[in-house]
Unconditional design. Structure first.
Length: 423
């Protein structure tokens, strides 16, 4: 009798649980564009859907933490296709068959243009590295990108601490969409200038970077204002903080290290997340107060770094990639989320040496027509929120930024140009 009672009780519990789940599913709603996900409603709507995807499934555990504990709120918009330039499609068909990856060193040979590894699978033991090589070579900027950025340095408890203006100019030496796919002898991937414009006390401070297409570390030169000279930085500068912010140099535009520098990269799975792929512009105006000057940044509420509801998030299918850091790196691992249709990373979760979640990064972007008419995806707004340092850093592209500005050549991106800008 007792066994029969136990079996009946278990059956009743299972039946009740199934009924509860069925009732909950029946009560689940389809959210609408403009609806907002926040700490007050997350538990009530996590089983609801948007464009057929369950909200809770599109929110990672650490984004849920940002919502519930750190006041992130997410306004929804319908997803929209992002055009992949025909030039990229043609170059991928033409050149990707020549690209090889070494299974031991994880180095790549044979790359010229297009996406080096168009077919990715979580079943491939090298899938994580292949995904990162796609981003490294072909992160959909266009051939060049230049323009000014405003940097916001934020104390998570007190608010905006200071602002700076910087100028950047990047020039692809490989993976070019139009013209010759490779400039020079093929030994370089990219050259880049980044230097401060305002305020006056830091004007001229900057970095000139040469990215080689081999395992050697990038060459970086910095202009030192106090001695009015450029100095070559140490090889470990790729792990240093960028412009004194909470973002590291190898986090520039989400990921800027050479994939082979990292001991392991695993393509975990495909999944859906909420991301910002159609950012409204402008991001910086001539407004008289912060609310109008920086309309996409909430500088009124803690932690003073999250986007306002002018910024809308949409469902995007992504690859989830787990990246293991070298032992000398400040972090132990990162989880990156990259669009499956093109190598744009929207979200990065950083873990400290103890394996604890320590920092959240988002990159917001939008399709931009370049000076040559080709659509690119430049990083327009980014957030790095460091939980342990209780600090954040936000960058905002100013209206003058342009993909493939006519007239820019490789000679515009040199150490001499950094020195000239500084003086």
């Amino acid at each position: 009798m007792r066994k029969l009672f136990v079996r009946l009780s278990a059956a009743l519990i299972a039946s009740a649980s199934a009924m509860a789940m069925a009732m909950h599913a029946a009560n689940a709603a389809e959210l609408k564009p403009g609806d907002v996900i926040n700490a007050a409603n997350f538990d009530q709507i996590k089983d609801d859907t948007f464009e057929g995807h369950k909200i809770g499934d599109m929110i990672t555990d650490n984004v849920e933490l940002m919502i519930k504990k750190f006041n992130l709120s997410i306004a929804l918009r319908h997803s929209e296709a992002i055009p992949v330039p025909q030039e990229d499609i043609d170059n991928t068909k033409k050149y990707s068959g020549d690209v090889k990856i070494d299974p031991v060193t994880h180095e790549v040979t044979g790359y010229k243009a297009g996406t080096p590894f168009p077919d990715l699978s979580p079943d491939d033991s090298l899938g994580g590295f292949k995904a990162l090589w796609n981003e490294y070579y072909q992160n959909t900027y266009g051939n060049t990108f230049d323009g000014h950025y405003t940097f916001l340095f934020i104390d998570s408890n007190r608010g905006l601490d200071r602002t700076q203006r910087w100028y950047t100019l990047s020039y692809k030496m490989k993976g070019r969409q139009t013209g010759d796919p490779v400039v020079g002898d093929g030994s370089l991937v990219k050259k880049q200038l980044l230097f401060a414009v305002e305020p006056y006390d830091i004007k001229g401070i900057g970095i000139f970077t040469v990215r080689y297409d081999n395992p050697q570390l990038e060459d970086n030169w910095a202009y030192v204002k106090s001695v009015r000279r450029t100095r070559q930085l140490s090889g470990s500068s790729w792990m240093d903080n960028l412009a004194g912010s909470v973002q590291l140099n190898d986090e520039y535009d989400a990921f800027a290290g050479r994939p082979s520098w990292y001991p392991a990269a695993k393509l975990v799975k495909k999944r859906w997340i909420l991301a910002v792929a159609h950012l409204p512009l402008p991001l910086v105006t001539d407004g008289s107060d912060n609310a109008t000057k920086y309309p996409t940044v909430d500088l009124k509420d803690k932690p003073y770094a999250w986007p306002t509801h002018k910024v809308e998030w949409e469902p995007r299918e992504v690859y989830e990639i787990e990246l293991t850091m070298p032992k000398e790196h400040p972090y132990s691992k990162r989880i990156l989320f990259m669009d499956v249709n093109f190598p744009r990373i929207y979200q990065v979760e950083h873990f400290d040496k103890s394996g604890d979640f320590a920092k959240m990064s988002f990159v917001f972007t939008a399709p931009q027509k370049g000076g040559d008419g080709i659509i690119g995806m430049a990083p327009l707004q980014g957030i790095a929120f460091d939980i342990k340092r209780e600090a954040a850093w936000v960058y905002l592209a100013e209206p003058d930024g342009m993909i493939d500005r006519p007239g820019i050549t490789s000679d515009d991106v040199t150490l001499g140009q950094l020195e000239a800008a500084a003086q």
